[in-house]
Design a protein around this ligand. Structure first.
Ligand code: GLC
Length: 425
């Protein structure tokens, strides 16, 4: 498929399953949480109603306590493992997974509203986001430290990043669930996590299912508790967006509550800075160890007010140095890191959605020049490699699944942004 605004829109239409969008046909046949938030944002460039519908469909998967699942199983499909029978969550109609994903929802909602959305529909979705942010604070930061924890690597969205290898040494392999991988039927196994990794991923699912997916019991029992730098940064940015939405759709008390969480988290994320690497890193909350494999996730705190001038300068210098060496920005794991693998999922490849966020982070801190360079590099990768799932940081080749919704969404957003900038100039 040639790459253009028209083909990006056609791709989204093609992956539309009637009000929600699958990440790609076959490999990911349901609705995924953060994929859909980016897809909604992408739809907002040309179809506001459809953008709102995407978030409304995701909201149908919300649990009573505000939790938003990483997968909503609106319809059956047998091309994906683990399906609902492995998750065994209490939620029915629709069924869902029991873990979450980076909370981009409120940020996407604000972006949609700014493009002229129906007020009543935005107000209803604001309540969904507010309940979700309250869930994050209560379920994932019960001690009020200002950092939320992920309890499964898939919650980071950066599934097999080497940072999770250390914490996973504490995690057993499943003995009760048979692994029936479907992903390697769609994509070359060399680009995917290994079988041993999958057995550990599923052990956590088995364990949490046995605890009835009760947040307090998961918190007390889990062997995997990580302050992921990406999720924390994305949540802080989302709290800032939610505060603005609260000003229009909520009460003053809600706005104060959101701003208090936002301040507490902004202060806490500074503790994830790694001076030696010159970037932020995640932290193992059980051992206390920093998870110091450098990669794109460590740049996401640019979405917040946390970094000072010196840190911003170091983050920018690192990206500029990579680009000067001919590396495509921004590798999920940096070349030179011990477990770098240019083709294996989050161990090297570049993802358009992460680039989009990092670029907006540089814009926010007065480095719009670098944001624009990252956008240009992202658009060029897509134009050469297609709407691929991810891209080889050394060769630029498109990898993983093809015809990916969120890659098309980012292409549309970059194109819209460039049109706007051209008008301003
Ligand atoms: C993979 C990615 C995750 C994404 C999903 C659907 O699991 O790691 O971030 O949401 O695919 O695209």
């Amino acid at each position: 498929m040639s790459v253009s605004i028209d083909t990006a829109r056609a791709l989204l239409a093609n992956n539309d399953r009637g009000g929600y969008t699958v990440p790609t046909e076959g490999l990911y046949p349901f609705q995924w949480n953060w994929d859909s938030a980016f897809v909604a944002w992408g739809f907002a460039t040309h179809d506001i109603d459809r953008a709102l519908a995407e978030l409304e469909a995701l909201a149908r998967g919300q649990w009573d306590d505000g939790f938003l699942p990483h997968i909503v199983f609106h319809a059956d499909a047998d091309s994906y493992f683990p399906g609902p029978e492995v998750w065994r969550t209490p939620k029915a109609h629709p069924r869902t997974s029991g873990i979450t994903q980076p909370p981009v929802f409120a940020t996407a909602l604000r972006a949609i509203e700014e493009r002229g959305a129906d007020r009543a529909r935005v107000a209803a979705l604001y309540r969904v986001a507010l309940a979700n942010h309250r869930w994050w604070a209560a379920a994932r930061d019960p001690l009020g430290t200002g950092l939320v924890a992920i309890l499964h690597n898939w919650e980071s969205g950066r599934d097999n990043h080497p940072s999770w290898d250390g914490p996973f040494e504490r995690v057993a392999e499943t003995t009760t669930t048979t692994i029936r991988r479907r992903d390697t039927g769609h994509v070359d196994a060399a680009m995917r996590p290994t079988d041993a990794e999958y057995r550990r991923y599923i052990h956590l699912v088995d364990r949490y299912a046995a605890l009835g997916w009760d947040p307090a019991r998961l918190w007390a029992d889990t062997p995997f508790k990580v302050a992921d730098v990406g999720v924390n940064a994305i949540l802080i940015a989302a709290e800032a967006d939610l505060a603005i939405l609260a000003g229009r759709h909520g009460t003053p008390a809600e706005r104060q509550e959101i701003e208090a969480r936002h301040r507490r988290m902004t202060a806490a994320i500074g503790g994830l800075w790694h001076e030696g690497l010159g970037q932020y890193v995640s932290r193992d909350l059980i051992s206390g160890a920093p998870l110091d494999t450098p990669g794109s996730g460590g740049f996401l705190p640019l979405l917040t007010d946390a970094p000072d001038g010196e840190r911003i300068r170091r983050l920018a210098t690192t990206i500029e140095a990579l680009m000067a060496e001919g590396v495509q920005p921004v590798p999920s794991t940096f070349p030179g890191a011990a477990r770098f693998d240019a083709r294996r999922y989050w161990r090297g490849p570049v993802w358009a959605v992460v680039n989009w966020m990092i670029a907006r982070g540089f814009d926010r801190h007065g480095r719009g020049d670098l944001g624009a360079r990252i956008d240009a590099a992202t658009a060029a990768l897509i134009e050469r490699g297609g709407f691929a799932e991810n891209f080889d940081p050394l060769t630029g080749e498109g990898l993983g699944g093809v015809a990916f919704s969120w890659t098309a969404a980012i292409y549309l957003l970059i194109a819209e942004r460039r049109r706007r900038m051209a008008r301003v100039a």
